[in-house]
Ligand binder design. Structure first.
Ligand code: SAM
Length: 302
């Protein structure tokens, strides 16, 4: 407990007075206000009129850690700073490795190269999303937890028993999430390392209604008949060129979720509207870089 100057206010006026103290810049933000009977006690930085000295509990100190993205037990730092990486490593027991990306997301497999800055020399970890477990290896196959809300949005828009095609499945975050409601999910990817992890993740989550396929998405029309109620196209830099294939595989009235990285609203609408579609709804998903964002086009097949 810490002693500080204190303003005593009736509970009903508490919020109004707190805002006023905040605006005046006199509220001591390092300490927790507290209740005392019908009053609220606010710690203040100056000896204001009517002040008394009281004891307050300090807010926990928020550590000033270097900027990083956390994926399971791996922290990815934005700066190549081994000293800061060590500090990050010891800050949380759940972090086993700190990485620095040596490249952007690149190539057909959409992976990055990493340097290990601290901790165990690995790019493999386990990530948990809405109760599902995923073994991932960031240098072998693409993975991002940033689309978890988007996966839940699609899950909640689905009817039970749907037949779903995930054309660019990676290690299976969409496929395994949507399998919870689907009758069958066909999950395909070009990257053998991703498909291996996908199969491992199916077994980790005891998912029994996903068919894992190693294939180029453009070949899928030769293998499968048109039978899917929903098609997921999460290849933001190139999905649109696979639209002819997705449209052929989607049942009339079915929905195609086509992700795109774009710089202006409706950038891909003219291209999409060349296909037999009855409705297109464009949504903002997340920011990517200044002036560029991930969008999803929810396309209803005619
Ligand atoms: N859907 C996964 C996710 O959300 O984590 C992975 C998305 S990642 C952006 C795109 C994936 O598409 C990669 O795993 C890559 O290997 C795969 N890919 C790229 N070109 C492909 C193609 N022509 N056919 C099938 N898969 C492809």
């Amino acid at each position: 407990m810490v002693q500080q100057w204190c303003i005593r206010v009736g509970r009903r006026q508490g919020e109004q007075r707190r805002r006023a103290l905040l605006e005046q810049g006199v509220l001591d933000l390092t300490l927790k206000p507290r209740k005392d009977g019908e009053s609220v006690l606010f710690p203040v930085l100056a000896m204001l009129e009517g002040c008394t000295r009281e004891e307050f509990e300090a807010h926990p100190v928020i550590e000033d850690l270097p900027r990083h993205e956390l994926i399971g037990g791996i922290a990815i730092m934005q700066d190549r700073d081994p000293g800061e990486a060590e500090r990050l490593l010891v800050s949380r027991p759940s972090i086993h490795t700190v990485l620095f990306p040596e490249s952007d997301v690149e190539g057909d497999f959409r992976t990055r190269r990493f340097e290990v800055l601290a901790g165990q020399p690995t790019t493999r970890t386990r990530y948990i999303e809405h109760g599902h477990r995923f073994d991932i290896d960031l240098s072998v196959a693409y993975f991002s937890g940033r689309l978890s809300t988007e996966r839940q949005r699609i899950l909640s828009s689905m009817e039970t028993g749907e037949c779903v095609l995930d054309m660019f499945a990676g290690v299976g975050p969409y496929a395994i999430t949507l399998a919870g409601k689907a009758g069958l999910v066909v999950a395909s990817d070009l990257n053998p390392g991703a498909v291996q992890l996908l199969v491992r993740n199916l077994s980790l989550n005891r998912t029994r209604n996903v068919l894992a396929v190693l294939a180029d998405a453009s070949h899928l029309t030769r293998v499968f008949p048109r039978r899917f109620n929903r098609v997921i196209m999460n290849l933001p830099l190139g999905a649109v060129r696979f639209l002819p294939c997705a449209v052929n595989l989607c049942l009339p009235g079915g929905v195609i979720h086509c992700y795109a990285l774009q710089e202006k609203e409706g950038e891909f609408l003219p291209e999409i509207e060349q296909y037999p579609v009855s409705d297109v709804c464009e949504r903002y998903v997340r920011s990517y870089s200044p002036g560029r964002w991930h969008a999803v086009y929810d396309i209803t097949r005619e």
